[in-house]
Design a protein. Structure first.
Length: 293
């Protein structure tokens, strides 16, 4: 971003060449705010980690349900009429059945959400896009709630689930950090410019390297894992995290918003921070269940 606004010549019919400043572009996110917010989040994660599984579940459920709310609220703000309470309730159901380790109830939760969304789409004042609202509600519960359920399932793995979940979250954070700094400095080749112009292949590989290194480090120190398992989890996060980010960008473009919310200064909303985690979590859980245990 340039220091000052460029000048343009006046179109005054008198022939004057007086210069007038163009409107300054909107400021980008503050790196200082982003760092402060990140430190606050890490502190909260650390405190909940020390308090144990139940506290960490409450934290996970809170941030996931806030992300579901952000999606539903963004739809309302842009002219749709989904029932926010139904989306949040469906997301809570996905998290709860994972916490009590009853995956057989996931299908009934999704089915109940779909049925409820259809019935509510018949209500008076349902708006001009009732079928789209039904689809968005089910997508929000399956995508965000389902990804959150994957994270909660990691949390509930034996006695090491909490450490494994924290390690997984930090690995995805390292991927994001590596992708940001490498992409900002060296990014030239865009991955999907029509969806997210800032995403570059250079950033992708930078994130992959930091995720692999983080995975190896956490694999070496977390009970139940090993260096090779950590490397595999790092590779999965390095590959899938950018996809989760692009999927959220695609959703925001269709809705017509820049950030999912404004609750996290320097980061946007909770969904902006969770997009990679919720996309990677189910795959990481399956890997741990089938390979590690």
């Amino acid at each position: 971003m340039s220091e000052g606004a460029p000048l343009i010549e006046s179109n005054d019919p008198s022939g004057s060449s007086a210069a007038a400043p163009t409107p300054a572009p909107p400021p980008g996110r503050s790196l200082k705010e982003a760092v402060i917010t990140a430190l606050a989040l890490v502190t909260i994660i650390a405190v909940c980690y020390l308090l144990g599984v139940t506290a960490f579940f409450v934290l996970a459920a809170t941030v996931v349900l806030l992300a579901v709310f952000e999606l539903m609220d963004a739809l309302v703000q842009t002219g749709h009429k989904p029932v926010i309470a139904l989306g949040v309730l469906g997301g809570a159901g996905m998290l709860w059945v994972s916490y009590i380790e009853e995956p057989r109830f996931i299908a009934p939760v999704l089915g109940g959400t779909l049925l409820g969304a259809f019935l509510l789409a018949l209500r008076p004042g349902r708006g001009k896009t009732p079928m789209s609202d039904v689809a968005w509600t089910l997508l929000g519960v399956a995508w965000i709630g389902g990804g959150g359920a994957g994270a909660v399932s990691i949390l509930k793995i034996d006695d090491n689930g909490l450490a494994m979940l924290v390690a997984f979250v930090l690995i995805t954070a390292l991927d994001d950090i590596g992708a940001y700094f490498v992409g900002t400095r060296f990014g030239k080749h865009k991955i999907a410019p029509s969806i997210s112009p800032a995403k570059s292949w250079e950033g992708f590989f930078g994130g992959m390297v930091t995720a692999l290194l983080g995975g190896m480090a956490f694999g070496a120190v977390v009970d139940g894992l090993g260096v090779l398992d950590g490397l595999a989890i790092g590779g999965m996060c390095g590959l899938l995290a950018p996809v989760g980010d692009l999927i959220e960008s695609m959703a925001k473009r269709e809705i017509g918003i820049k950030d999912s919310g404004r609750l996290l200064p320097g980061h946007g909303g909770f969904l902006d921070r969770l997009d990679a985690i919720i996309f990677c979590a189910p795959a990481v859980y399956v890997y741990i269940r089938l390979v590690v245990l």
